[in-house]
Design a protein around this ligand. Structure first.
Ligand SMILES: [Fe+2]
Length: 349
């Protein structure tokens, strides 16, 4: 095992972090290694697999101390880091199956569906900051359909989507297999778009996730899908509404990033799911690829980025998680007040 040298130097680099905790050697090494692999800030965040505010702060600190410089929007080393004994402590290789983009799904079977979906999605409404929207690539939406079908979660099923700026309801509707699809969505541009496209076959209801799940929807579905906001409080509200919507041994799907959720938050979330009577059946790394937000210049991510450049396509990814109920537990359906879209790890609102 490699001796951990240079810890004092790491402290010099990280003790000025405002984030309230020191980084481990592994975390800092991962960031340094990411800078070696890319000079693009957004790509460095993606490769670092840590909350964006942490990565931004480490980069700013390294720039202040003269280890890095910014040249024409690129992050470059300005002096050798060998004095810090950091450079060889971490290395990784971004190896990924090019056939399936690492999702483990044969998407050739879904090429017709993807084509039809792309045609429809051309006329979709743009993402709104107000609702923390930022939709996934069309390929991602259809990969979600493929994943759900692999789990027998589509044919003959009653499915509820809590928020649907990704238009998954339309992808599911195109298969002709679900028994019922209900979309709960706060954004009227989306509700009318989905209603128009599907001729009312998909039931669309205006719904604010802060309100209790309507009684007629509690225990009424086999499957829920949601792409929650990632503040811990916000996440729990979305997940609770989803879990409440399920009957018996129903299953749920949601995304979770590393960009806006530290592993401490992952720990809290996994414990919460357990407490609610669920197990995790799937965590598929970097499954969901998000398109750029039109409003990126207004985000916290952009304001704290040490380099002001336009985000690269799909730098923001999330794991796709699937859960299934194994134990019935009482779940809270009360109203929440106040803004739930933001915590210290958030950056895309
Ligand atoms: Fe593959």
């Amino acid at each position: 095992m490699r001796a951990r040298r240079g810890l004092r130097e790491e402290a010099v680099l990280t003790d000025s972090l405002k984030h309230g905790r020191t980084l481990s050697s592994k975390e800092l090494g991962r960031i340094i290694c990411s800078i070696k692999k890319s000079s693009n800030f957004w790509r460095i965040v993606e490769l670092s697999r840590q909350p964006l505010p942490v990565v931004a702060e480490v980069l700013s600190s390294l720039i202040d101390k003269g280890y890095l410089r910014v040249d024409d929007g690129r992050v470059l080393f300005s002096k050798d880091l060998s004095g810090l004994d950091l450079q060889d402590t971490v290395d990784f290789d971004e190896s990924r199956c090019r056939g399936c983009n690492g999702r483990g799904l044969d998407m050739d079977r879904y090429s017709d569906l993807l084509k039809r979906f792309r045609e429809i999605a051309k006329a979709r409404p743009s993402a709104l900051r107000e609702f923390d929207q930022g939709f996934v690539s069309e390929e991602t939406t259809i990969a979600r359909v493929a994943l759900m079908h692999r789990w027998a979660d589509i044919k003959g099923k009653e499915i509820v989507l809590i928020g649907d700026d990704d238009l998954l309801s339309i992808g599911l509707w195109l298969t002709g297999m679900p028994e019922r699809i209900v979309v709960l969505e706060i954004d009227e541009r989306l509700t009318s778009f989905i209603r128009d496209v599907t001729g009312g076959t998909v039931e669309v209801r205006g719904y604010d996730v802060r309100r209790p799940l309507p009684e007629d929807l509690v225990g009424a579905f086999d499957v829920f899908f949601t792409d929650p906001t990632e503040s811990l409080e916000g996440f729990k509200v979305f997940a609770l509404r989803g879990m409440l919507s399920l009957r018996g041994d129903g299953a749920g799907y949601f995304g979770l990033t590393r960009v806006e959720a530290s592993l401490n938050k992952w720990y809290e979330i996994q414990g919460f799911l357990h407490q609610c009577g669920f197990v995790i059946t799937d965590i598929i790394d970097e499954f969901n690829h998000y398109q750029d937000w039109d409003y990126y210049q207004d985000t916290r991510a952009y304001s704290i980025a040490p380099v002001k450049i336009e985000p690269i396509p799909y730098w923001y990814k999330s794991s796709q998680i699937r859960i299934e109920r194994v134990i019935e537990r009482d779940l809270d359906n009360s109203e929440v007040t106040g803004l739930i879209y933001f915590d210290e790890e958030s950056s895309t609102v």
